[in-house]
Design a protein around this ligand. Sequence first.
Ligand code: AMP
Ligand code: MN
Ligand code: MN
Ligand code: MN
Length: 293
Amino acid sequence: MHMNPSPDLHTHSHISDGTLSPTDLVQRAAAAGVQVLALTDHDTTDGLQEATAAARPLGLALIAGVEISVTWNARTVHIVGLHLDPANAQLQQGLAGLMAVRAWRAEAMGRNLAKHGIENAYEGAKALSSGRLIGRTHFARFLVSQGLAADTGSVFKRFLTPRKPGHVAVEWATLEAAVGWIRAAGGQAVIAHPARYGLTRTRMLALLGEFRELGGAALEVVTGSHSRDEVFTFARYAREQRLLASAGSDYHGPENPWVELGRLARLPDGCQPIWHDWPELSETVSVARSAAG
Ligand code: AMP
Ligand code: MN
Ligand code: MN
Ligand code: MN
């Protein structure tokens, strides 16, 4: 029997630091068989209108999402919001604050790199962006294009992480604010790629406990950057901490596929999927059933 790919609830377009337009992302996902897709650009919902319009004729369910940058205990943590109303004023006010932080940080990164002899990095990064948001990924792509590093992985290590020439520390949203904006907009909050934070078990439990107290809904158990072992580790955390489980590729474009669209691993047994009560998925199931029958 043909198995439909899992819902993919974490992807980026060129509105943030992906490389595909929202339309191209949606078309590529649909071509790969994805039926439920969330666009979750960093700190902006500006791509959702285009993505929704592109999804409609393809019969793909586009879930309105965002990935919010948070500072929690002096670390950056990413909180994905799903199924939210992008018109919500509280959400948009919060995101506007983060976009201002990003604009300031990008200029500061350019100045820091110039002090280290790397000229015009701000302009270079900006030219590689869609003009809305300049992130570290745009600086990474520019530095690689200048021959300063072989690939984006090593450019992050050498230039863009704490204590390196291009790094600028900023305070993102608090966990409470990010979860609050998502909930105000009627959405569900998800802790993105939990293995990437390098937290001890004690700190991970503190994060999950605080998150649940604030009304957070789910843990991203399956993501493009999780190993098989990490998937099982975080499936266990989700069960133990009574959180729903989410799945998303964290796709940024065909150039850097940790995982290609439509190839996401399934959630392990025993997880309660975040989409267990979503109308989009019961429709998908009944369409698949009638097609099969
Ligand atoms: P920012 O939110 O602008 O600080 O940038 C964070 C983004 O940089 C992440 O969403 C990834 O897309 C990218 N990123 C972070 N670390 C790495 C890395 N080691 N290699 C490649 N990309 C990375
Ligand atoms: Mn990114
Ligand atoms: Mn992230
Ligand atoms: Mn992401």
